[in-house]
Design a protein around this ligand. Structure first.
Ligand SMILES: O=C[C@H](O)[C@H](O)[C@H](O)COP(=O)(O)O
Length: 237
């Protein structure tokens, strides 16, 4: 089974958690796209749900698949968010934002009663950091923001190269919110909650890809089948 088939399997397992009438957060990325497509099939068969997309790409995918959409201005909470991740550690800390959607993804996950992470099992890692950590920044004053990020890294015992993300056409990648992303090659993040807090305190940082205490469970698809792992503590603790 190839990687894409594993992602679809994880998405299909998460779909089993969806009930009629649910308000859903719809993630972004290649794995979340499978979920949206499979959800569309269920909607076509009569399932009634409404979704909040975490990116313009997911909005288009959901519309194409016939999934009814709303916003967090029109509804006051989400029952369940299903999203991918770039890395998941055993404490259910995540790195997200490989596709640049981290800001909306975090807003949606935080507004949701539960978040299920769907992934192939290569994303389950003992320690976060091999995947470059995305930090979404305001272009104004980027030099000062980068220096503040370096200081935060040093205070949290990590270091590594930083690079402004480029799009495939070579231009700077611009997020749905109009911001830029700095990707940091940290190798190993010793204390993800401490680093998350330090990055959140920097004025030019809009958001970062560390998701702490948001994921409730993970559905991991691998060569030997599917593993569903529940976070020990409920969300918010
Ligand atoms: O910004 C993108 C998201 O955080 C994705 O959910 C993450 O990068 C995982 O994407 P994929 O399922 O394509 O590996």
């Amino acid at each position: 089974m190839n990687m894409d088939q594993l992602k679809r399997q994880a998405a299909a397992r998460a779909l089993e958690e969806v009930r009629d009438g649910m308000q859903l957060g719809l993630g972004t990325g290649s794995t979340a796209k499978h979920f949206v497509e499979l959800l569309g099939e269920r909607v076509a068969a009569g399932l009634k749900v409404i979704g909040v997309p975490t990116s313009e790409t997911t909005r288009l995918d959901a519309e194409r698949c016939g999934v009814k959409l709303t916003t967090l201005d029109e509804i006051d909470h989400l029952d369940l968010t299903v999203d991918g991740a770039d890395e998941i550690d055993p404490e259910f800390n995540l790195i997200k934002g490989g596709g640049g959607a981290l800001l909306r993804e975090k807003i949606v996950a935080a507004a949701s009663d539960r978040m299920i992470v769907i992934a192939d099992d290569s994303k389950w890692v003992p320690t976060l950091g091999k995947f470059p950590l995305p930090v979404e920044v305001i272009p104004f004053g980027l030099g000062a923001t980068r220096r503040a990020i370096e200081t935060a890294f040093a205070e949290c015992g990590v270091s590594g190269q930083m690079a402004v993300r480029k799009a495939k056409d070579g231009h700077v990648f611009v997020t749905d919110g109009g911001h830029w992303i700095v990707d940091a090659q940290l190798g190993s993040i010793v204390d993800p909650p401490a680093l998350a807090k330090a990055l959140s305190a920097i004025p030019g940082v809009v958001e970062h890809g560390l998701f702490i205490g948001l994921a409730s469970s993970a559905v991991l698809a691998g060569g030997e089948g599917i593993r569903v792992i529940e976070r020990r503590k409920p969300k918010g603790d």
